[in-house]
Design a protein around this ligand. Sequence first.
Ligand code: XMP
Length: 513
Amino acid sequence: MSKEMVIVIDFGGQYNQLIARRVRECSVYCEVHPHTISIEKIKEMAPKGIILTGGPNSVYEEDSPRYSKELFELGIPVLGICYGSQLMAYMLGGKVDTAEIREYGKTEVNVDKNSILFEDVSENTICWMSHTDYIAEVPAGFKVSAVTPVCPTAAMEDPEKKLYATQFHPEVVHTVEGVKMLSNFVYKVCGCTGDWKMDSFVETTIKNLREKIGNGKVLCALSGGVDSSVAAVLLAKAVGKQLTCVFVDHGLLRKNEGDEVEAVFGPDGPYDLNFIRVNAKDRFYAKLAGVTEPEKKRKIIGEEFIRVFEEEAKKIGAVDFLVQGTIYPDVIESGLGKSAVIKSHHNVGGLPDYVDFKEIVEPLRLLFKDEVRKAGTELGIPDYLVNRQPFPGPGLGIRIIGEVTEEKVKIVQDADYIYREEIAKAGVDKGLGQYFAALTNMRSVGVMGDGRTYDYAIALRAVNTSDFMTAEAAQIPWEVLSIVASRIVNEVKGVNRVMYDCTGKPPATIEFE
Ligand code: XMP
């Protein structure tokens, strides 16, 4: 696997993960660490480069996060971004001041073409700014390498010591040539060669899994989602029949989904593993009867999922390893300890820790989602599974407002199927973050043929998003929506109205629950 590493030291900026992703897009392995990481640990890791993130503080405030000056004396190249750039200036004897007006948004920056950081970057380039403090005086030995009309130090550097800093955010898409700048930093300043590739990741992971597991038995909770599917295939390739996948069909999956998962992972599929499909819909519907509150439904589904899984695990008996589909954002978020709970997410990842097993295996814990997809493609998993849009663990249970019944599940499955079919047919699915149908709990009067109807309204949702933390309602062409609406009303019994959700996140959420 990769031997080169760049580390990101997080000072509370909102783009910490994005920096790591951009560096990895340059084929250089990158990890995020909190600013409390010790200098000894950094020395031990021997990274090829260090990037300091932005953050909400002002460096001259007493309790703002700092880092020992030694960091800049290790001989390892450092790139400070926003707060990170001010910290570098402040710690090395420069001066940081507060501006009267905040500089925010896309800004034209004039860069020094002699700087390695700006090699092959246009002299005037659009960058993303978001700051009130600024570097008023650069430290001794540094020179200014970029300016804007209002910011005297949009970038600075001391090339001899390999210290670089940008006031703007190269990691954000609005910085038009940001990836080029990061690539210049990791290749031309840090001297990386770019050894982070998914084919070698897959190969090395399979080898390591074989060594770790030996003759042991492995259990995997398979949901059919991207992460658990890729984890399962990695393990199947590593240990074959020593792996058992338990797929709990809770009766809240999309139309045909259970059969699709079985076709890939079951006995007729290409992988040589033990596959158990548990058809548990009656249990789930019984537990959900009469329950209308969304959080309560989530809790019930999560809990019941664990019970079913546990029962199956017990039947299999003494299992040595349990597979978890943890991915890198989960590691960063739990490790760096911040995130507000809007709703309790239930992943198959949230499995009990008291089933009879010795150890947890998390083969994807170093990967971002797009890397998981690339690994999946490398492993030969079909495109429709690898490029699947996210689907919540509690499934259609939270896309049905009010009580969940078998009849309502059927309605939302059929409507959603039509919606997805027409979106794909019209070719407008590219670029959509997520799109699905939900069943409102509203019934209203309609007229069909010569008769009165009193039926449900289906809500269609489609969003554009890059990180699922914020989203905009997508502009689906009207002609496509009209076809979907008339097909749903004509083909799905119990529906006489179709609506389109135009709300973004915030204030709404992506799911319609
Ligand atoms: P919201 O509705 O919170 O959704 O804006 C953000 C993203 O998370 C997905 N989601 C879930 N994923 N388990 C999951 O694995 C869950 O319980 C869950 N709830 C929401 C949602 O589909 C969207 O992609």
